[in-house]
Design a protein. Structure first.
Length: 131
């Protein structure tokens, strides 16, 4: 759990940015090594890209104030997964040294209770659709 102080900010973008920063710090504390953040191409974005031993980890961060409509991980639809995958392929093409590495797709689902964030890290959360 991470204490981020008072989260009474009304802007969902500000809360989302704080949640993503908290997820980033959480992953670094777990021993992952940062590569990139907010990698964007037309039609896609990857929130956090890290190294975990031999793997390149493409991480989607999902924040939910409450779970009335499911947790954050459940909101990563097949369509969103495909966008992340295409963006990951673009990233790998731009960084050919990484092309021979294993890669995986993780999801960090973050919920909030008071001023505390709770993390649910789903390692290897999804696989690309077969073509």
């Amino acid at each position: 759990m991470s204490d981020l102080g008072n989260l009474s900010i009304t802007s969902s973008k500000s809360i989302g940015e704080r949640a993503e920063n908290a997820a980033y710090e959480y992953l670094l504390a777990q021993g992952l090594i940062p590569i990139s953040r907010n990698y964007r191409i037309s039609g896609g974005e990857i929130d956090i890209i890290l190294e975990d031993k031999d793997d390149i980890v493409f991480t989607e961060v999902r924040f939910r104030k409450h779970n009335n409509f499911g947790d954050g991980a459940e909101s990563v639809t097949r369509k969103k997964q495909n966008r992340i995958y295409r963006t990951a392929l673009h990233f790998i093409q731009k960084h050919p040294k990484l092309a021979k590495r294993n890669f995986r797709f993780d999801v960090i689902s973050i919920s909030q209770s008071g001023n505390q964030f709770t993390f649910d890290w789903i390692d290897d959360a999804f696989q690309p659709e077969e073509s």
